[in-house]
Design a protein around this ligand. Sequence first.
Ligand SMILES: *[C@@H]1O[C@H](CO)[C@@H](O)[C@H](O)[C@H]1NC(C)=O
Ligand SMILES: *[C@@H]1O[C@H](CO)[C@@H](O)[C@H](O)[C@H]1NC(C)=O
Ligand SMILES: *[C@@H]1O[C@H](CO)[C@@H](O)[C@H](O)[C@H]1NC(C)=O
Length: 323
Amino acid sequence: MKLLSLALALAAPSQAYIRFGCATLSVQRLDPVVEPGHVPSAHLHQIVGGNAFNATMSGDVGAKATCTTCSFSEDFSNYWTAVMYFKHRNGSYKRVPQYPNSLLGSLTGGMTIYYLQQDFNSNGNTKITAFKPGFRMTVGSPTTTAGKMPGLRYTCLQNINTRGAETNEFPKSACPAGIMAIHHFPSCWDGTNLDSPNHQDHMYDTVKGAFVNAGACPSSHPVRMPQLAFETMWNTTMFNDKSMWPTDGSQPFVWSFDDSKGYGTHGDYMFGWKGDSLQKAMDSTSLVSNNLKTQSVAEANKCAIKNTVNENIDGCEMRLALL
Ligand SMILES: *[C@@H]1O[C@H](CO)[C@@H](O)[C@H](O)[C@H]1NC(C)=O
Ligand SMILES: *[C@@H]1O[C@H](CO)[C@@H](O)[C@H](O)[C@H]1NC(C)=O
Ligand SMILES: *[C@@H]1O[C@H](CO)[C@@H](O)[C@H](O)[C@H]1NC(C)=O
């Protein structure tokens, strides 16, 4: 018994996750997962990752892209969420700027991406199977009207390093350093389908909130995948003057699909790591970031794509669902 626990302890990695920044690739109304081929898609997204991103992208993204905004240079995946707006008293909207995670240097906007094995410190002594070329999924849904999913949360930033104190809806009062939106994806795969009609049924969600130990995978979805999570930092500070807020005391921020509660928050993922680079990282018992190839902040910031929608996204006077 003593020997067995020693063996398990040795197999447990010291760092069971990778965390990295990806600069903004594009902010456009495109959504190749939910609305492939629609130019524009229903609402605006902020997108990070590889430059193979387009309205109809498919197949082995990691083999098609030639640059990425992520600091791991073999990660040509795409990650995206809706965009936050401030709604003025007169009904017009202004886009909220993003800023990078303070831990990760001076990337332009974008997001922080996590791939955890089981949790921060352990792979659960389970094989973690990387996503396959062509794999895609979403978490959350713009039509959700109740904040029931523990992995979809907001943090009211007291300073740029605040963590914890998560809520399932937009913070109700002004946040001194902005709002962090958090998206945790499900990590149990059915082992067969790269996608499903609602982009969710091929996965099973054992997320219990925050970065805690994912629950066991059920027999319907037995394959343990990395636990993917996004953090997006929205700099709301220029809108914190209470004289600009609604007179009824409600909070003024909305997602680009005109959701002022925040329950419809959602994230999209299109796998695109080159070759077996992600699998190799997941097979490592010490997931220190430097087993993966990196690039400089300047190189990550330089990767971009053409805007194919071309519209004013910074502000608008009409209903946001049009943006
Ligand atoms: C979009 O990407 C796909 C490959 O994923 C490619 O076949 C297609 O030509 C691209 N479309 C445009 C407009 O670039
Ligand atoms: C609404 O108010 C904002 C802030 O004062 C202003 O910038 C914008 O032009 C106004 N829009 C209209 C339609 O009056
Ligand atoms: C947030 O926005 C304010 C006002 O525009 C700016 O002064 C500040 O530097 C920004 N904060 C970060 C962390 O980018």
